[in-house]
Design a protein. Sequence first.
Length: 287
Amino acid sequence: MPRPILAAALRGAATVAAAAALLAVTALSPAAAAPAARPAPPSTPAHDPKAPEEFVALRDVDPTVLQEMRYITPHNFMGVPVTGYRAPICLLTRDAARALHRAQRSFLRRGYSLKVYDCYRPQRAVNHFVAWAKDLGDQRMKGEFYPLVDKSMLFRDGYIAEKSGHSRGSTVDLTLVRLPAPPTRPYVPGEPLTPCYGPRAARFPDNSLDMGTGFDCFDTLAHTLDPRITGVQRANRLLLKDGLERAGFVNYAAEWWHYTFTPETFPDTYFDFPVSRRSLTGHRPRG
């Protein structure tokens, strides 16, 4: 604050306390004028909780299901590894994992394998999504994951929410791969992005069947039964849907990759233990 203004303010102050308050504001003003920093990922608890005994690693129930855990990598809609993912493993409730095993056996007989992108998701990861959605300046991955959606509309349109069924442990994001599975090249941060709804040859390469869009595509074309998806792409979606429904899973109609096993083991509980083998430490061996 310029000295003449400060002097006038002090002369007009009714009490010594008021003058002291003005001086305190003056001392703080340089910091207040500093530009705001980009929001940091939400803090995590000092002591991580453990998973209930009803949780298992999918690989222990069915090692044949392919796993491409996206959120521990920067190849996701935020462009950075997500808080709470410490190992590239799929954790699920035992009931959901066993149901996925039943579905996998059926697909294997027909020459396909399931591939999971995400399974149990800790609440701290959901909090990271929310913090990212509020930071309208960070749109590094817009070109691939939400080309036609204004980021300020992600909450309104239901793409981001403060709670996720994944945190209850019976929901999984997945696709189908024809066997033998070809490799998928790794994503290189900063590489040119192409829209997730584009033709298969133009999208980021994925060894899965062509489902009409990539995983986590924030676009109405990702709705499971969108009428614009026809031919082989629609047949592939229905192949996945039929096989999973026979095993007890229910599809979320706005995302062809999103399925929840019902009845859920924990229908009303949102967990926050990290995605890590250590979260299962202390479990008694069970099938």
